[in-house]
Design a protein around this ligand. Structure first.
Ligand SMILES: CC(C)(COP(=O)(O)OP(=O)(O)OC[C@H]1O[C@@H](n2cnc3c(N)ncnc32)[C@H](O)[C@@H]1OP(=O)(O)O)[C@@H](O)C(=O)NCCC(=O)NCCS
Length: 275
């Protein structure tokens, strides 16, 4: 399979993505896009094929984004593309192209969607994080229900409409956890996160949240919300901030979880979803 990666060797996510492609036995065409950027027309085409808005592919951190005032919502796609051509560091990375599609691979294991479905040996990223695959959980997946019940987490509303649940496996196929989301326009209510006891303390909860929020981003969500009674410290450790219950959107407050399944004392947390 021919694979192209628009790579930044100074970026950990880009390096991990490249390493994962090689782990699958594929030597990709590596383009250092800062030295050799795509043309404006090709960049626009790649962004279109990713199904993303131009603005979603703009990188903020470590770039002249603020200095150039690129947060101005009046700027057109054409103007944003011109800025990316003038300063290629503004193109978020890595963008990967294969015969299965085009994707901005953040987190890096999103690249698995573009590779052949091969069972692989386990893979550990350069920061020690274990690479995970996700797949949609079946209705009332027995393993997921058992894992949630073992933690006293709600299972009564799993088959209500508007929810998606995922099973997370290591590349060699071991199930390590479950999680789901309910989407309300720009707001994603994250729920049912459980890492199986034997897999805890290895960065898997953090990796699941990265993967889950990216899936929610691709469906239009830009803020992640959750409620927890026992894991607020874990979520604060990965960038969520506590908010007053009244600050949460009504759509979230009206969910069955918020209405009754979680005790009123549950902590509400939120985090912006950025790639
Ligand atoms: C909470 C839970 C998801 C954490 O999963 P995990 O895979 O063990 O967590 P990670 O290894 O990814 O931890 C990431 C970081 O959070 C820290 N952390 C993990 N659990 C924590 C906790 N309960 N309190 C505070 N910090 C915690 C880790 O030390 C780690 O910090 P580091 O990056 O500085 O080393 C898991 O313990 C679990 O499934 N608990 C039961 C179900 C539950 O409470 N789900 C949440 C419902 S909303």
């Amino acid at each position: 399979m021919d694979v192209v990666i628009y790579h930044n060797p100074g970026c950990g996510t880009s390096r991990n993505t490249l390493a994962l492609i090689r782990h699958a036995g594929i030597e990709p065409h590596v383009i250092d896009y800062q030295k050799c950027p795509p043309s404006k027309a090709l960049l626009a085409q790649l962004i279109g094929r990713m199904g993303m808005a131009v603005r979603d592919v703009l990188r903020v951190k470590g770039t002249p984004y603020e200095a150039l005032g690129l947060g101005d919502p009046k700027l057109t796609d054409d103007q944003l593309l011109d800025a990316m051509m003038a300063h290629p560091i503004l193109i978020n990375r890595p963008i990967v192209v294969s015969e299965r599609g085009v994707a901005l691979c953040r987190p890096s294991d999103m690249v698995l969607d573009l590779l052949p479905e091969l069972p692989l040996a386990d893979f550990v990223k350069d920061d020690g994080e274990i690479c995970l695959r996700d797949s949609e959980a079946a209705d009332r997946d027995a393993g997921m229900v058992a894992a949630l019940q073992a933690e006293g987490l709600p299972t009564d509303d799993l088959t209500d409409p508007g929810r998606r649940f995922f099973v997370y496996r290591t590349l060699s196929g071991e199930i390590v956890g479950y999680a789901g989301h309910e989407l309300y326009g720009p707001d994603a209510f994250l729920r049912s996160l459980v890492v199986l006891p034997a897999a805890r303390g290895k960065g898997i909860g953090k990796a699941i949240i990265a993967r889950l929020t990216r899936r929610a981003f691709d469906e239009g969500a830009r803020t992640a919300w959750l409620m927890t009674t026992g894991a607020a410290d874990f979520f604060e450790g990965i960038g969520f901030k506590r908010v007053e219950r009244a600050d949460a959107p009504k759509t979230i407050l009206n969910t069955r979880q918020a209405q009754g399944l979680c005790p009123a004392s549950a902590v509400v947390l939120k985090r912006a979803i950025r790639l």
